[in-house]
Design a protein around this ligand. Structure first.
Ligand code: ADP
Ligand code: MG
Length: 176
């Protein structure tokens, strides 16, 4: 299962994250890939809004993992917490173990930026999201780099994601 979505600006990326929250369950793992500034944190902010969690999702400074507890919904129930990991500064696998993500992986929605290469060992099921700038990135032509468009490629790995309909997918698939 692979889906590609065009995201013309930052708000589109947040909105897609908000919509994705509707299909997520406790225990889901999302792996976000893309250059610095590609929009990984922006998408995670939308997720946080969609899940209805406490606190502003931000780019961590010293903190590598941050847990956002769920706020009560109007009907009194709560969804899963959001655990946001930015592994950019993570130096070693020992530091990964120190994050102690096992509890989060059972109960929360866990989003990992810069997780490639180590997160695969944590669980069999994961949603891989890759953000790319089709018109170039930092260091390329200034006008092109400023263009907000991103292309998001989503791939589900494992049984959990089989047959799951992602935001933007139904629109892209012609109906009979
Ligand atoms: P990352 O976490 O991948 O390093 P951020 O989400 O922190 O990236 O930053 C992305 C920056 O690019 C933000 O300043 C955001 O406003 C801007 N931006 C412009 N267009 C988009 C888009 N289509 N999707 C996401 N971010 C965008
Ligand atoms: Mg980030």
């Amino acid at each position: 299962m692979t889906t590609q979505v065009r995201l013309p600006d930052a708000e589109a990326t947040r909105a897609w994250g908000r919509a994705l929250a509707g299909v997520l369950k406790p225990g889901d793992l999302l792996v976000l890939t893309g250059d610095l500034g590609a929009g990984k944190t922006t998408l995670t902010q939308g997720l946080g809004e969609g899940l209805g969690v406490r606190g502003q999702v931000a780019s961590p400074t010293f903190v590598i993992a941050r847990e956002h507890p769920p706020l009560p919904r109007p009907d009194g129930t709560r969804g899963p917490a959001l655990v946001h990991v930015d592994a950019y500064r993570l130096g070693s696998l020992d530091e990964v173990e120190a994050l102690d993500l096992d509890a989060a992986l059972d109960e929360a929605v866990t989003v990992v930026e810069w997780g490639e290469g180590w997160v695969e060992g944590l669980t069999d099921d994961r949603l891989e999201l890759r953000l790319e700038r089709p018109h170039g990135g930092v260091g390329d032509d200034v006008e092109d780099a400023a263009a907000g468009e991103r292309v998001l490629t989503v791939q589900g790995v494992g049984d959990r994601w089989e047959g799951v309909e992602l935001p933007g997918q139904a629109a892209a698939t012609p109906t009979a």
